[in-house]
Design a protein around this ligand. Sequence first.
Ligand code: NCD
Length: 319
Amino acid sequence: MSNLLSIADLSRKEIERFLDRAESFAEVSGREIKKVPTLRGRRVLNLFYEASTRTRSSFELAAKTLSAEVINFAASGSSVEKGESLKDTVQTMSAYDPAAIVIRHPHAGAAALVAGWTSAAVINAGDGKREHPTQALLDVYTLRRRLGALDGAKIWIVGDVMHSRVARSNIIAFQAMGAEVTVCGPPTLIPRGVEALGCSVAYSLDGVSDADVIYSLRMQNERMTESYIPSLREYARCFQIDGRRLTPRQILMHPGPVNRGVELSAEVIDSPQAVITEQVKAGVVVRMAVLYELLAGSGPSAITPDPSQPSVASERQPA
Ligand code: NCD
């Protein structure tokens, strides 16, 4: 595999290979000195044309933990503001000979275009409303640690499915891992024909108590050109996950950033059912695994053991 553009390109086996690799890197994260020499001397270019907190910082940390040199490029403040095109920017930055380009862009298909312009490995860190494959991998990783396996798990993805690349990638990834997915939201925020991906659709939270996992989505105001809901208050009344709707046996996920008081109430964000911080933590080891698999091949051992560091017990939760 030379690029990671879409989760749909991966088989269950390939997803599992990334997850197993990420597990091996979790041990590095537990060491006092969190660094392995795997990508020493190689360059990773982070090319971000959209806002990002978690994805950008975790890709940077992942590359640095693997000892790569990192170039962070944000469109704002760059020559993009002078009108430089994506193609010219990629070609300019390619002069630095990056081994990998991590790209986030508002247009669907941008990562695939970049892959056609460079010999570097291209990783899609979100292309418009289309896909966010590394988010899907880290969410599957987080759930696998909690549940042992996703087979048969009932997962409800709730909220603005229409504008969410996370929803699309996660529907595909969760189902590839054996879960049953239901998407839920007001009809205006559920894309027509989404059932073709294999999921069920619900237009109210009435059946959500059946879910083992509730995956809440942010209202993507920046991608909306018209009004899709009567008001945020009305939306919250019908679709907010709060203390009444979340039962103690359920797991609550969210990709971040959260609109507190809209899709989630403050009490559930801070509840023991929420694994939102675990998702963020998983982002680093999963992105290390992606960089490793794309750049360093698929040998048996991803990490050089550091004999001076005691090994740390696995963080796996009891099933
Ligand atoms: C998501 C994104 O940018 O697609 N955030 C993330 O990467 N964790 C979700 C969002 O912005 O709502």
